[in-house]
Write a protein that binds this ligand. Sequence first.
Ligand code: FAD
Ligand code: SIN
Length: 549
Amino acid sequence: MIVSRLRTLPATTPSWTSEADVVVVGAGAAGLSAALAAHDAGRRVLVLVKGGLTSGSTPLAQGGLAAVSLAEDSVDAHVADTLVAGAGLTDEAVARAVVSAAPDALRRLRAWGAHFDDGPPGLEGGHSYRRIVHAGGDASGAEVHRALRVALGRARVEVWEDTVALDVEVDDEGRAVGLVAGRVARGLDGAPVGALEVGTIRARAVVLATGGVGQVYDTTTNPLDVTGDGLALAARAGAELAHVEFVQFHPTVVYQAGHRGVAPLVTEALRGAGAVIVDVHGDAVMAGRHPRADLAPRDVVALEMQRRMLEGDGPSTHLWLDATRVGSRRLAAEFPTVSAACRAIGIDLATEPIPVAPGAHYACGGVRATLDGATTVPGLYAVGEVAATGLHGANRLASNSLTEALITGRRLGERLGERECAGEHQGGPGEPPAPGRGVDPRARGELARAMSAHAGVLRDRAGLESLSEQLAQVGGAGADPLDLAAVEATNLHTVATLVARAALAREESRGCHRRRDCPETRVAWEWPVVLRATRDACEVSVARTGERP
Ligand code: FAD
Ligand code: SIN
């Protein structure tokens, strides 16, 4: 067992209190689905969102939602593709439940007024059939989120914008009983200013729906507010986490020299329409590397790209996506978001290749949770990207996450209406770590660079150990009283520590976790690496028995 300590936020004195039956943290597809269902079931629901209602990854989703619709396709085929992509760690029963429910999730969105594109569904990496439903071409997430917001407005669910969840309150028996949260003040430019106004919210159910962890890396498709807060909160509450080492890198993120942070995504659907990843000579990178070539599962494509960038004619920072063969009409009609993002940086994708490199995109792991969102801490729930339900295993199948967020969010909300959900995973909560000094926000850039260098597409023990040492050296926050920058830096530090720990523990290569020093996939590792914080340490174990994750 490896032991490491997580940083914690300083103790605070609440200046306000509130209460609800259910407090939902996050307003993406998962949080809004849970909130709407719990509200419909008669619960008093409060939704907290760190920024504005349209923050998070959901409104940015491009490719769409995977759901079986063609006669030649089947639930079995979609499950089989999900299992192949998951590289031995996907739970088949979970995959079947989500895939079977996906068409219904789309029907519900349509009933709320969502408009999806006519015509045949699209194709993305790892899918055997065309089954990706789009809206506005490559603006699918925006339409999903619009429909959810309309439903939310009609239902009059209470939403507090500019309110950040800081920590879960856990009673002496290890049960979540509410949240510590902070109100964020903003300047005229919208940037957070000053100290948080800290308070507490009592609730019978605390729902984490905070999305992924992309901001822990140097280049990511994830927006600024996606800083792994839910993962850090759950860790500090003593919940079990699983599959955290499996961070999916999207193969085609626009590369710009010297640019760091959020970078535009080029949807995989463009490869589904015929675009090809090429090297400096114009040779197709995936030719002969996988039977599905450019439409192989994402981990396979990102790995081949990384290798070509390191081993080709010498190290290079990027490759290219050649979409010129797709045709200008189709590009304009079906890919308006990508076309506009490329135009903004001076690239006409109808006539020239787009510089691309893999970028951090999706957290396949997270808080260990059932399909109803129950975690190992009673009263604490996790849905959407922050949760590890067993659907994605070691690598998510493209466009399976919006549907998972909608389906699990709804299931949780309905259950919270009927009764509270009991956790199925054994283990119980740990002892939450004591308050600390947080992390200095000035360390963020360095931390993100170290994560990309040592915990990216390719990893090894030496790099991960040096990353862990670097993380241990990071200074405490000087911010007193507490501000949003220190909160996010602390949570990102926690995420980095957890990813490094889990990646060190998994001594094999599988899915999104590729170790140069352990290149084989090993049957003995067909189990989740489980992390749990205790008062003084973060325990790492391998759950070699029971269900996955
Ligand atoms: P999010 O939508 O990320 O929402 C998280 C919410 O939590 C936000 O409101 C955020 O502000 C809030 N929050 C975070 N921390 C706190 C805190 N401490 N306190 C209060 N609020 C907090 N998936 C697909 O299936 N198909 C696609 O085509 C697709 N395309 C994608 C394209 C891009 C560019 C990106 C980034 C992702 C894409 N994904 C896609 C992934 C998918 O969008 C996400 O997995 C999914 O939207 C996650 O939904 P969520 O509700 O879990 O989280
Ligand atoms: C994409 O459009 O390529 C992203 C789809 C996804 O992440 O599921």
